[in-house]
Design a protein around this ligand. Sequence first.
Ligand code: ADP
Ligand code: MG
Length: 696
Amino acid sequence: MNLQDTFGSLVFNDAVMRQRLPKETYRALHRTIAEGKSLNPQVASVVANTMKDWAIEKGATHYTHWFQPMTGITAEKHDSFLSPIEGGGAIMEFSGKELVRGEPDASSFPSGGLRATFEARGYTAWDPTSYAFIKDGTLCIPTAFCSWGGQALDKKTPLLRSNEALNRQVKRILRLLGHPDVKKVTATVGPEQEYFLIDRDLYSKRKDLIFTGRTLFGARPPKGQELDDHYFGNLKPRVAAFMREVDEELWKLGVSAKTEHNEVAPCQHELAPIFTTSNIATDHNQLTMEIMKRVAAKHGFACLLHEKPFAGVNGSGKHNNWSMSTDTGLNLLEPGETPAENAQFLLFLVAVIKAVDLHQDLLRISVASAGNDHRLGGNEAPPAIISMFLGDELQAILDAIEHHSAYIAGEKMDMNIGVTTLPRIPKDTTDRNRTSPFAFTGNKFEFRSPGASMSIAEANVVINTIVADVLMGFADQLEAAVDIRATVEQLVVDTITNHKRIIFNGNNYAEEWKKEAQERGLLNLPSTPDALPYLITDENVALFERQRVYTRQELHSRYDVQLENYCKVISIEAHTMLDIVNKEIIPAISAYSGNVARDGADKRRLLPDVEPVYEQKLLRRLTGLINEIGAHNEALHEAIQALDDLPADPLAQARHCRDCVFKRMQELRALADEAESIVDEKLWPFPGYGELLTTK
Ligand code: ADP
Ligand code: MG
């Protein structure tokens, strides 16, 4: 395979456009992409036609508007390029109108009440800032999905708006700091994706994995991840073949998958792409998850993207690496070489610090889901408390700035910002704190709380918006300032002083941190129902409206959708549990106790003088377990039924799911796991952890 020919071969990217579009059209489209200028319909027509010809040459027969409804996965509705012509026959057609706007029959996507029935259709609108691509013989056109009233029904629309917000505010700052040439600022994102690969035959024997993506039962195996022998260990040949094919498929789609290695847990791996714009990175991450699942099936694997597929084994997350860069090639979180660059770096750095401190709630909400709640705070992923890690070096610099004192790094220095050069801040220092939810890693921040199965859209919407909002305040102050340099310095000092409580360089997994965080006044929101109410507070509505990212109505719809989704996930899990307990687990325990009873009776008959003590004891334990499991099964059933009697308030329902349904599920699981550990394994109805977590 020739990488140069493969990479992006199925993408209608800039190179293809430049080569195939008339010069004028290319320039107009490029202006739209690079500067956000609106596109005129004639240009769209020419682009559509060229896109169609290119796609047909590549073997495509259909096209689809590819979009990301609030379900978190992607949706497509395929249409053929063929248009019938009068007198029979057909021609291949694809108009500018069809490129720019689609009307999927999308009334069953969640809208949180945003779409009244009369406007139930919603429409999709072409997003020219993410390239079209061919997947399975279909030209996929990345699109936003809105109601006729213009309300966002998807994840892309707010992301694009938040990029705009960030662009507006950063440009104001850069103009003041001597970069009038910057036309566009984009958030850059590189999401590292964790996942599990398990054998597909074993997977298909477990209804819990099939229906819910995680194991609802499973006794601890004798060997788990205790030995840490999987981390960065050798790849098994079958896994290596899977990775190679994933890479190749992703490269064709222009996704620059780069590194893959084993993670901490057995059967766990990670894929990291090279960063790109937050919009494209979000689309690419959706594609990555889809391709990984598909290629896994081809290689006899199931790819698990659930945040917590196995109890007692590390779960999977997504590390959202984030920075800002300009069309002139500056990474705004790159510590500079000159005093002026350093002042600028420090200003953006403290802006992020302030943003994270002020909006812990929104960052927590952006990663809230039933699946991710298992992971956050489980001593394997950052806690539900949001804090930041800066590292010793940067911390020392900020301390020095705050106290106007000299920073000692081999030599004494005067820490007047804008006058001196900062000492070099080492990138990728090896002792990076991997327990921190939001870590500075040399020239970017790494938000480590997102869950493995989620879209990264929300996390980036929040980061972009909160940073834009802080920069808006900074820009207001700087624009009114007489002495810009002195004002920058004051802003940096004041911001560190006022927001340093959010910085925590210690061990986030430690129990003491919870106490300390509380003393610092930081939020601790362990579950989704704890976090979601913050989404619709007056301050947050005002923030999102001010930055033109969400309207009040849109926020309320998302609040409903997210809570409903939480309830749905837990209900599906609970129903799956009942099903497995009734049809598989109780019969298995019954069968085994039958065997034990028969054995005991046989022995008694053959050896009347020996009491079958062991069988009796075991039988008693098994009978006790069946009784208890039966009772807990009923209790779980009742807890699900009780949902129907609750008011239609999504928060009340979500709390019930957490406090009642989920609690019962855990109790039931504990009993079933105990049974698994004593029942004859030949009778146990599905493969256990030991088998699942050993890839051959
Ligand atoms: P790790 O955390 O595993 O050590 P690396 O430092 O190798 O990871 O890279 C992490 C991710 O950060 C990669 O996906 C990389 O492309 C991304 N990244 C690097 N620079 C930036 C940047 N300026 N903006 C956004 N993402 C970036
Ligand atoms: Mg990482």
